[in-house]
Design a protein around this ligand. Structure first.
Ligand code: FPP
Length: 264
């Protein structure tokens, strides 16, 4: 996939094309993370059952994965199911699991064709066996792909991830009989995201101004962009708007603004 594919898939003069032309391709976020929210409200607004919002959200997933691959964004992480989402009605959880399985089955050939590597972040072993098999098959098939790294956060919680990392460190220490010296780099290597760059841009749909236990460690310096658009309506247009806004930000990492930096 390439930038040319985006030009080919956007009509000349369309809003999408105009937005795309404003993007500085040399300064793309290396990692985009998305809290896909508002599926239930999207469905309610149409007088449909909540699960129809999740079903429609799949089309957004497809378009955003494809667009990130075409843009050459290195990493995309989508928050699909949190450790807290088990509190939802059983019927809704079942539909979400079914949709995930279906997505993987239907999209695997597209992921392969587009050199996309697929990975899961979260407590995989607590998911239903048939879902785990499907996910593992997807990860195995795409393992050697070198294009976009597409992470699905599934049965994921930021606090769970941090406590799992602590447990790992304790287990390693007990196995070798030695207490390690812990610094940030050492700790980050025990997270589910070991070896993956932190998100530069965190997007949340549906207007809510919260993090909802997503990538708590990794978003220390992420730029946050929130849109009122519900996830099933989120398309490349909104993605381009988020990237354009990201490119206007002055990222200081606790330092001072570039424009006020003295040359002395
Ligand atoms: C939040 O909306 C959305 C979810 C909890 C699930 C997101 C899942 C999908 C889009 C489908 C599967 C994903 C992949 C990656 C194949 P909500 O239900 O909390 O909406 P509400 O806040 O309006 O109730």
């Amino acid at each position: 996939m390439s930038r040319q594919d985006i030009l080919d898939s956007t009509e000349e003069g369309s809003i999408e094309r105009q937005l795309f032309e404003k993007i500085d391709i040399s300064r793309l976020p290396a990692h985009i993370a998305v809290i896909m929210d508002g599926n239930g409200r999207w469905a309610k607004g149409r007088g449909l059952p909540r699960v129809e919002g999740h079903r429609s959200g799949i089309a957004s997933v497809r378009e955003i994965v494809e667009t990130c691959a075409r843009l050459d964004v290195p990493i995309l992480t989508l928050y699909a199911f949190s450790v807290e989402n088990w509190k939802r009605p059983r019927s809704e959880v079942d539909v979400l699991m079914k949709l995930l399985k279906q997505y993987l089955r239907l999209e695997l050939s597209t992921l392969m064709k587009n050199d996309i590597r697929f990975q899961v972040l979260g407590r995989l072993s607590e998911l239903p066996g048939d879902v785990v098999s499907e996910l593992e098959a997807g990860m195995e098939r795409t393992r050697d792909n070198r294009g976009l790294l597409f992470n699905i956060a599934l049965n994921y919680g930021g606090r769970a991830e941090i406590t799992d990392a602590c447990q790992r460190i304790v287990n390693e220490a007990l196995a070798c009989g030695e207490a390690p010296k812990i610094d940030e780099a050492f700790f980050a290597q025990r997270l589910y995201t070991a070896g993956i760059a932190d998100p530069d841009l965190m997007i949340r749909t549906s207007g809510e101004l919260r993090i909802s236990n997503f990538l708590l460690w990794q978003i220390a310096y992420s730029e946050i962009w929130v849109t009122d658009t519900f996830w099933p309506d989120f398309r490349k247009r909104e993605l381009f708007e988020a990237i354009i806004d990201f490119q206007k930000r002055d990222r200081r990492y606790g330092g001072i603004a570039a424009s006020t930096r003295s040359t002395a």
